[in-house]
Design a protein around this ligand. Structure first.
Ligand SMILES: Nc1ncnc2c1ncn2[C@@H]1O[C@H](COP(=O)(O)OP(=O)(O)O)[C@@H](O)[C@H]1O
Ligand SMILES: [Mg+2]
Length: 313
């Protein structure tokens, strides 16, 4: 659905040239959520704006459904919906319904079709009770949900979301996340940036992490989380483990850490799938509550990737 290739954007400041985006390629297929991540200033917003045609790249090309939209905001807008950081294209004195109908007609819907679509979307995000309230009376979470409705009025096949859940209360965040998942299930391609790693982990099929305008890690979310997981287990018992049991585990060749009296973190010398059975035998008959394999979460991955990079520079 989206193909962006070799994107480069430089900004001229008074004293020097900043290369905000330095050769980034991204692709998002129909029905896929790509989490586009990076520390502050990495170039995420600039990239998204190039995809939306709002910033003209110095190099590179953007196509949506094979249509070249590079630097063409009107053409890009016809094919995508966007909720961009900070700027919500909402009129404060108009009601929710009026905003959506107005926007829908700009996107070439008839007033009648726009009204039907608006009511449908307001219902989808739980704003139907607010349809006749002006934007200025809405909470931030409600405004964000309305901005999402606005982006969806013309049923775009590509959705750009820059920090969609930043600063929202729990319920509004959940609504936005559920809506994103449902849209992807219906075949919409979604490009999402966020600093909330839990949100990215829950929603994304694939990840692209950038730093200083360059791609540093990309792949499917599952594969990346597996790759960064350690061959370590956490075993929790119902009562404190006797020291002789811990010694016996060490004698089997496991490295043992003990974060609390009722838990041990064990790492085998070699990652051997059967080793855990021997280890549990050694602990018999201690009452075991939980045996968990270590699984990296995206926050750990992100920290490693971004820190490793920073140290290497
Ligand atoms: N209009 C602009 N003029 C000059 N520099 C800019 C402009 N927009 C962004 N930048 C710079 O480009 C870099 C990337 O910014 P941005 O894309 O906003 O990063 P992110 O969204 O990942 O935080 C930063 O160093 C930022 O200061
Ligand atoms: Mg940004």
């Amino acid at each position: 659905m989206l193909m962006a290739d070799g994107l480069v954007k430089r900004f001229q400041s008074r004293t020097n040239v900043i290369t905000a985006v330095d050769g980034i390629a991204i692709a998002v297929a129909a029905g896929e959520v790509l989490a586009f991540l990076g520390p502050n200033g990495a170039g995420k917003t600039t990239t998204i704006k190039m995809v939306a045609g709002l910033v003209r790249p110095d190099q590179g090309r953007v196509t949506i459904s094979n249509i070249d939209v590079t630097g063409r905001p009107a053409l890009a807008a016809a094919h995508l919906g966007a909720v961009l950081e900070g700027s919500r294209n909402l009129y404060w004195r108009l009601t929710c319904l009026e905003n959506l109908i107005y926007w829908g007609t700009l996107r070439r819907l008839t007033p009648r079709a726009a009204r039907t679509r608006a009511v449908e979307l307001l219902r989808l995000v739980g704003l139907e009770d607010r349809q006749h309230n002006t934007v200025q009376t809405l909470s931030r979470g409600m405004q964000q949900k309305l901005a999402l409705c606005q982006a969806l009025m013309h049923r775009p096949k590509l959705l750009l979301l820059d920090e969609p859940t930043l600063g929202l209360d729990f319920a509004s965040s959940e609504t936005i996340k559920t809506t994103v998942r449902d849209l992807a299930r219906d075949g919409v391609a979604i490009l999402l940036t966020t600093h909330q790693m839990d949100v990215a982990q829950q929603l994304s099929d694939r990840l692209a992490i950038i730093r200083s305008g360059k791609l540093v890690l990309s792949g499917t979310t599952t594969a990346i989380l597996t790759q960064y997981s350690k061959p370590m287990w956490r075993i929790t018992t119902a009562s404190p483990l006797p020291t002789d049991r811990i010694a016996a585990v060490r004698a089997l060749g496991w490295q043992v850490e003990q974060p609390s009296a009722e838990a041990i973190l064990v790492t085998p010398r070699e990652d051997d799938a059967d080793g855990i059975y021997q280890l549990l035998d050694v602990l018999r008959p201690e009452p075991i509550r939980l045996v968990e394999r270590h699984r990296a979460d995206l926050a750990e991955v992100f920290q490693q990737v971004v820190e490793e990079g920073a140290n290497a520079q």
